[in-house]
Design a protein around this ligand. Structure first.
Ligand code: NAD
Ligand SMILES: O=P(O)(O)OC[C@H]1O[C@H](O[C@H]2[C@H](O)[C@@H](O)[C@@H](O)O[C@@H]2CO)[C@H](O)[C@@H](O)[C@@H]1O
Ligand code: MN
Length: 446
């Protein structure tokens, strides 16, 4: 079997140890020749890289492994690029979440003004990464997790429309499938989902078992009766448990489909703002929790020279998904995953150039997505407003337009009020100096 060369961009990410374990677990079906971790932060990279050396000495001794901050070493002769970078780190995530909350607006990593600010930071680094990769590995598949995936995907599609080997993915639908599996006591790998929406803004309309029975009615009934928990509830922070438990409310209000958990911020912005603590947001929870745990554990493993007794990762949906997607492409497995792709009639009453999230067969030529036909007025209305926000955000980036940025934020359901949008935008501009292009007034194309 062919052995592949893979680079992980954002090798110092808190998700990297889990991804390394997924690669190890899948070495018989997706064998690697060479693996490189690349990061711009040498210190973070070293800690995870030294952990990786110990893991591979034990479980993957044949692997040619290296960690680096050198782009040429990272990107040369690669078959797959797995990307999960965070421009500005958790320090900027904290500001993305706290600034909107000062104005009584949702403060969240990928939704609302937080997602807008993060998107404006991610675009530049993501486009640079693709340019660098294409210089050294013109045919490598680029599988991207970097958030906010909706905005990143829209920006990439404008510059690299003809590059058919870039795929943006999100692990939240997979995580939901695993959680439905736990609820029903069934194997989620046997599910065949029908899904539509935008990233972090979508719905499961059907979920077929291997006999063709639709499980959605049963899942709805169970959630309405007993609530909903993530597959790895025992390891989750309280904020994630709250997120899953609100699915019950969403189903009571809008019972058509199973919602992506991120819809909570758009259905219930006022309620959620009241629940969020403006002085201690999810970024704080992650910095005090996952980040500390992962880095402490990696240091310990490197010091002891063994992974015995180490429990650096709990949830493996994130690592598993990207490895399985790569394997499905590499070996033309034609398995079904929920991915982000250009609409082109998949949702027939949504514009063609929307980057939508739908189920697709994944093989050697990339995704062959499934269409869902016409969607109902409520879903169309929600999606078009969010889509306009996403497109205007990307316009604001490329046109360096203050007006487009203001339009984008005003259209976001979590903001709505233009005066509030302006105040938040002005403060985000100050906080993101050096990360965003300079936004200028009076240069907006219609
Ligand atoms: N799509 C999804 O469903 C999904 C799921 C989980 C995480 N994510 C995303 O994965 C990323 C990593 O998340 P995290 O919480 O582990 O963050 P993190 O800050 O722990 O890790 C990100 C790493 O990227 C590095 N980095 C920053 N800019 C870079 C650049 N230009 N080139 C290379 N490396 C760079 C940082 O130094 C850091 O080590 C984020 O974008 C997050 O939103 C996406
Ligand atoms: O707040 P964080 O940093 O914990 O998570 C933000 C990410 O949340 C989603 O990812 C889930 C993922 O679906 C699940 O499989 C598991 O790995 O936990 C993650 C969160 O804990 C979301 O899909 C990502 O886009 C977010 O970045
Ligand atoms: Mn996601």
């Amino acid at each position: 079997m062919k052995k592949y060369n893979v680079v992980i961009v954002g090798g110092g990410s808190t998700w990297t140890p889990g991804l390394l374990q997924s690669l190890t677990k899948n070495k018989n079906v997706f064998p690697l020749n060479r693996l490189v971790l690349f990061d711009i932060d040498a210190e973070r990279q070293k800690i995870i890289g030294e952990y990786a050396k110990v893991l591979f000495k034990e479980k993957y001794p044949e692997l040619d492994f290296q960690y680096t901050t050198d782009k040429e070493i990272a990107y040369k002769n690669m078959d797959f690029v797995f990307c999960q970078m965070r421009t500005g780190g958790y320090a900027m995530r904290e500001l993305d979440e706290k600034i909107p909350l000062k104005f009584g607006v949702i403060g969240q990593e990928t939704c609302g003004p937080g997602g807008f600010a993060y998107g404006m930071r991610s675009i530049r680094d993501m486009l640079q990464m693709i340019e660098d990769v294409r210089k050294y590995s013109p045919n490598a598949w680029i599988l991207n997790y970097t958030n906010p995936a909706a905005i990143v995907a829209e920006a990439i599609n404008r510059v690299y429309k003809d590059d058919k080997r870039i795929l943006n993915i999100c692990d939240q639908p997979v995580n939901l499938l695993r959680s439905y599996g736990r609820l029903l006591d069934m194997d989620p790998y046997e599910f065949e989902p029908v899904y539509f929406g935008l990233n972090h803004f979508g719905w499961f309309t059907h979920l077929y078992d291997k006999f063709g029975n639709d499980l959605v009615p049963k899942i709805k009934e169970i959630i309405k009766r007993q609530g909903f928990k993530p597959v790895d509830a025992e390891q989750r922070d309280q904020s994630w448990l709250d997120t899953y438990s609100i699915v019950k409310d969403m189903l009571e209000d809008f019972p058509d489909y199973l919602p992506n958990t991120y819809l909570q911020y758009y259905y219930y912005p006022e309620y959620k703002v009241k629940k969020l603590d403006p002085n201690y947001t999810r970024a704080n929870e992650v910095m005090d929790g996952r980040e500390k745990r992962v880095f402490a554990e990696c240091r310990l493993v490197a010091e002891k020279g063994t992974t015995a007794g180490s429990s650096v990762v709990h949830n493996d949906a994130h690592g598993d998904m990207i490895v399985e997607v790569a394997e499905s492409i590499a070996h033309n497995k034609n398995r079904i995953y929920i991915i982000i792709t250009e609409n082109n009639g998949l949702i027939s009453n949504i514009q063609d150039d929307a980057m939508v999230e739908v189920a697709a067969i994944l093989g050697v030529n990339g995704p062959r997505p499934f269409g869902v036909g016409k969607i109902g007025t409520f879903y169309k209305g929600l999606m078009e407003q969010q889509l306009a926000y996403e497109k205007l955000t990307v316009d604001a980036y490329f046109e360096q337009s203050y007006e487009k940025a203001l339009q984008a934020l005003t259209l976001n359901r979590t903001v709505v009020d233009a005066k509030k949008a302006r105040k938040i935008l002005d403060e985000l501009i100050k906080a993101n100096k050096g990360y965003w292009p300079e936004l200028k007034k009076g240069r907006s194309k219609k």
